[in-house]
Design a protein around this ligand. Structure first.
Ligand code: SF4
Length: 70
């Protein structure tokens, strides 16, 4: 089964938190400006919110990667 996961490019992320404002259940910027992704797995239930956050990131720091998993 192929699962998609959220990937963060830490070299691009500026920690401003647009993703957090769109999908706070998944994305959180801590007091140091470091992005925390609470769960990287994309499911049917959260796909719309995840894709909205990925597209809204002004630094293009978020992407989705497919991985084959058993
Ligand atoms: S919106 Fe993009 S740049 Fe901003 S905290 Fe989220 S991943 Fe980082």
């Amino acid at each position: 089964m192929t699962t998609q996961r959220i990937v963060v490019d830490r070299n691009r992320c500026t920690g401003i938190g647009i993703c957090e404002s769109i999908f706070p259940e998944r994305f959180e910027v801590d007091d140091d400006g470091t992005l925390i992704v609470h769960d990287t797995v994309v499911t049917a239930e959260n796909r719309a919110g995840v894709e909205d956050a990925v597209q809204a990131c002004p630094a293009a720091a978020l992407s989705l990667a497919s991985r084959d998993e058993e």
